[in-house]
Design a protein around this ligand. Structure first.
Ligand SMILES: Cc1cc2nc3c(=O)[nH]c(=O)nc-3n(C[C@H](O)[C@H](O)[C@H](O)COP(=O)(O)OP(=O)(O)OC[C@H]3O[C@@H](n4cnc5c(N)ncnc54)[C@H](O)[C@@H]3O)c2cc1C
Length: 447
């Protein structure tokens, strides 16, 4: 018997993989009947998708309205939006539940499992499975400041409790999650302040960052600002922060915390953990206790669904006795605003960087007059043609980055892209930029 704790992307994918291989698998999910799918489905990626789809339509409508093509920008029925999100998420959870059970996995819903080394405890009963996979995921980081418990403070886990769209919202955080929710709130119609402890989107390529900031041009940024406290009585009404030694304050009727994720490992003992509580594993996803594996966000960054899924499969393969290691080189990821700001990079980045504005195409045509058609970037070694980094801002940037990264991981270099046939029209500047790099490097080598 194999026990898996957590029905998110890591645990569920491992469970189905193992059951398909003929193993007896029990999956324990604390999150009730609809809990399967984990944070990704209920409080993360799918929540952002559902909201961003609406936000983008409104942002595009605003562009067409400015041009006089649309006579108005659609008004949002916020209650219908929240109810609709829950309905669709419930439907997806139903599909996942069915698929998992059809594979032969036994699912135990609504039980919080605790772990001591290799022993699993559920409601006072304990058992020691032959193999154990811990995939308990992560949760939003909640900074310990006065007022953080006031009504009106939300995270992605409590977003669905919002009854009305806030008039003024302050988003706290400086990374992808903070950017995505700032875009959503602003596009839906809220006035948005963003308070970021360090530089906002500081890890993003500067050109991608500059392009992303155009999608966030209506958001008031407070960078390098440390949150001090949250004010209010029955509901939040302000937030104070320190900027260059001075105390500043913004008024708001809601605060959205998007300051990162922390591993959900407090119910796990008897295993080695890192400073943030992440369970320490090797590249086979093995912990220090034989037969005990961990995968997904509970093992720390990067907190991404495809990484969690793959880690779950790697753990499952090793449980099946087939040696398999996790490969973290060039993991593609995306920041979703009006466009998708997607990128991947290898550790080594010593090549030549080239970039080009995005072409007119589906989703960028009406942004040509504003000069905001996105962009593409590539960094490659001019001698070997090895691609070390890609970046793209385009309506389908995430898909373009995923497939291009796959080719790069398979060893494709800039010259291989000479044979690449693109689809036209498509707002993809990356393939033509890589072809240009190929010709240019060849020319330079000849001279
Ligand atoms: C707002 C937001 C946006 C995101 N956007 C993206 C994105 O665009 N792309 C992307 O790749 N990633 C995104 N992520 C990250 C992604 O959601 C996570 O990386 C992914 O869900 C991790 O999967 P997991 O299986 O490790 O854990 P989780 O999805 O967190 O699932 C863990 C499961 O374990 C259960 N559990 C926890 N403790 C116990 C216990 N003791 N007993 C039983 N069950 C337990 C939980 O209920 C949960 O269902 C986003 C996250 C957030 C919060």
């Amino acid at each position: 018997m194999i026990t898996i704790i957590g029905g998110g992307p890591a645990g569920r994918n491992a469970a189905v993989h193992l059951a398909n291989a003929g193993e007896e698998v029990r999956l324990i999910e604390s999150g009730g009947k609809n809990g399967i799918g984990g944070q990704c489905l209920h409080y993360g990626c799918m929540l952002v998708c559902g909201l961003n789809d609406v936000a983008r339509v409104r942002a595009q409508s605003a562009i067409l309205n400015r041009r006089g093509i649309f006579k108005s920008v659609p008004e949002i029925d916020f209650t219908a939006l929240i109810n609709g999100l829950g309905e669709v998420q419930g439907k997806i959870a139903g599909f996942l539940d069915q698929e998992t059970k059809d594979a032969g996995v036994e699912i135990i819903y609504g039980k919080e499992a605790r772990v001591r080394g290799k022993t699993v405890l559920i409601e006072g009963e304990s058992h020691a499975p032959e193999h154990l996979l811990i995939a308990t995921g992560s949760r939003p980081m909640v900074p310990d400041v006065p007022g953080v418990g006031l009504p009106g403070v939300y995270t992605s886990h409590s977003f669905s409790r919002l009854r009305t769209l806030p008039e003024k919202v302050t988003v706290v955080g400086g990374g992808i999650m903070a950017a995505e929710f700032s875009f959503i709130f602003h596009s839906l119609g809220s006035a948005v302040d963003l308070v970021s402890r360090s530089g906002f989107l500081k890890n993003l390529d500067p050109r991608l960052r500059a392009a992303a900031l155009r999608d966030l041009s209506g958001v008031t940024l407070h960078e390098n600002s440390r949150m001090i406290d949250i004010g209010g009585k029955n509901n939040v009404n302000s937030i104070r922060f320190e900027y260059e030694g001075a105390i500043k304050e913004t008024e708001c009727d809601a605060i959205f915390l998007a300051a990162g994720l922390v591993p959900r490992s407090e119910s796990i003992t008897g295993l080695d953990k890192g400073p943030s509580g992440e369970i320490l594993v090797n590249r086979k996803m093995q912990t220090g206790v034989p037969g005990v594996y961990a995968a997904g966000d509970v093992t720390g960054c990067p907190c991404l669904t495809p990484v969690a899924r793959r880690e779950g499969i790697v753990a499952a393969e090793n449980i099946l006795g087939r040696t398999c290691e996790m490969d973290y080189s060039a993991v593609p990821q995306s920041l979703n605003l009006m466009y998708e700001y997607a990128f991947s990079e290898k550790e080594r980045k010593e090549g030549v960087s080239l970039w080009v504005p995005g072409p007119a195409g589906p989703g960028t045509f009406w942004s040509v007059p504003d000069g905001h058609t996105g962009l593409a970037k590539v960094t490659a070694d001019p001698y070997s043609g090895e691609i070390e980094e890609i970046g793209i801002a385009a309506p389908a940037g995430g898909i373009i980055a995923a497939y291009t990264t796959f080719l790069i991981r398979m060893g494709a270099n800039v010259h291989d892209f000479d044979k690449f046939l693109e689809v036209h029209p498509e707002a993809d500047g990356l393939s033509s930029l890589i072809k240009y790099a190929s010709r240019r490097f060849e020319r330079e080598r000849e001279n």
